[in-house]
Design a protein around this ligand. Structure first.
Ligand code: SF4
Ligand code: SF4
Length: 400
């Protein structure tokens, strides 16, 4: 299941302790490389990279074992107390109940005695059933479901190959995860933004599902394949998010929205909570079904094999992967950004947006984000909001 691929619906991390290279703490494990949906906004199947065609459909047992072993080795080397493993795809539930059980068991036993395992799965929900829920409960696996809003919004892109929408199935999955016996399994909802969808209807539809958290994601795009823009607005994505943020603040932020929380956290001098904001380093790694280590999945939108490292779980350690030039480059902080971003007043909060969104064939990643105008507007909006919140708190304290 992708954001329109995986989101990086994954917590941000900190460097490991006493290590030669900053440690990875997040591992996106592609347990199945195909999907039962045919979403037209999917970056795995519909964008520049087509490497999925050459991958095994399912991650084999020896690849899972080796992956788990590499993560355990990395945790021990860097003294990590927790690692986050996200079972991903394609659609990970296509791996089936039996395989997912031994995969979960493999990770649990490999990491037992090394560190705490935060095991998650990101799904489109189509195949989610009671047996999967029992499995998730047994292994303490938390579940992210991709829902793009109400039926109109969701089925605009998230369809089966025969054109049927998948909204009913996604909602069925969320409701199953919300049953009293399964409370706590739902980690959050992942919504890919489409400005064609009404923002408040989209937000309300998500809120009605009572999720513990909502993630809004910009659809992956580059300067060569720019995002759809409505003619009426130069900043449709910022406008869409700001409409929701206005309502979110007015209703006292009833649910965590990670993008909004991340912007506020950065303004307060705290950490970024998502890969798309702040000066983030490459803190996670992807393991494909054949055991290949890859850089962040969103690079698949840039060009064919943009995410490749040439390393696998059989041939290389995670420290060697961390030393890959592409990953090293992205640990240079502000120095890694183009001159426009480096001189931008919002650079510490915006961070140049998602790395993949900076790509242009002639200049590589040495550009601002293709969403620059939207990001500038969104960041300025949150800066004003942050000031207001601070003033209100100060006034409240003085009045108390
Ligand atoms: S659910 Fe849609 S976006 Fe996710 S992997 Fe399948 S086709 Fe791609
Ligand atoms: S707003 Fe634009 S110029 Fe400023 S840091 Fe973000 S992408 Fe770069």
């Amino acid at each position: 299941m992708t954001q329109a691929g995986p989101s990086r619906s994954i917590p941000a991390s900190e460097p490991g302790v006493g290590s030669p290279e900053p440690a990875f703490r997040q591992f996106v494990v592609k347990v199945h490389s195909r999907c039962d949906l045919a979403c037209d906004h999917c970056y795995v199947y519909e964008h520049a990279d087509h490497s999925w065609r050459d991958r095994p459909r399912v991650m084999a047992r020896d690849v899972v074992a080796r992956t788990a072993g590499r993560i355990a080795e990395h945790a021990a080397t860097h003294g990590l107390d927790t690692v986050h493993v996200i079972l991903h795809g394609g659609e990970p539930l296509l791996a089936g109940h039996v395989r997912l059980r031994w995969m979960a068991e493999e990770f649990r036993s490999a990491l037992d005695g090394h560190c705490r395992l935060d095991l998650r799965i990101q799904t489109n929900g189509v195949r989610l059933d009671e047996h999967f829920c029992e499995l998730f409960r047994e292994y303490g696996m938390r579940v992210g479901v991709s829902v793009d809003g109400d039926r109109t919004a969701h089925d605009r892109h998230r369809r089966f190959a025969d054109g049927r929408g998948s909204h009913d199935r996604a909602l069925r999955a969320v409701r199953l995860l919300q049953q009293p016996g399964h409370r706590g399994l739902l980690a959050g909802l992942l919504c890919t933004i489409d400005p064609e969808n009404d923002p408040l209807r989209t937000y309300s539809a998500l809120l009605e599902l009572d999720p513990p958290r909502i993630d809004f994601l910009l659809p992956h795009a580059t300067w060569d394949t720019p995002p759809a823009r409505l003619e009426a607005s130069a900043t449709p994505y910022a406008d869409w998010l700001i409409t929701i943020a206005d309502y979110w603040f007015a209703t006292e932020c009833p649910v965590p929205v990670r993008l909004f929380d991340s912007l506020l956290s950065l303004m307060a001098g705290g950490p970024s909570l998502v890969e798309s904001t702040g000066i983030s380093s490459a803190d996670h790694v992807v393991i494909e079904t054949d055991g290949a280590f890859e850089q962040t999945d969103s690079l698949k939108t840039a060009y064919h094999r943009a995410a490749a490292t040439g390393m696998t779980v059989f041939s290389h350690s995670l420290d060697e992967v961390a030393d890959h030039p592409g990953l090293r480059e992205r640990r240079r902080g502000i120095a890694d950004l183009c001159s426009t971003c480096r001189s931008c007043p919002e650079v510490k909060v915006c961070g140049g947006g998602l790395y993949a969104h900076r790509f242009r064939r002639q200049s590589g990643f040495d550009n601002p984000s293709v969403y620059c105008r939207d990001l500038m507007k969104l960041t300025s909006y949150f800066r004003d909001r942050f000031r207001l919140l601070k003033q209100t708190r100060q006034t409240g304290r003085k009045g108390a």
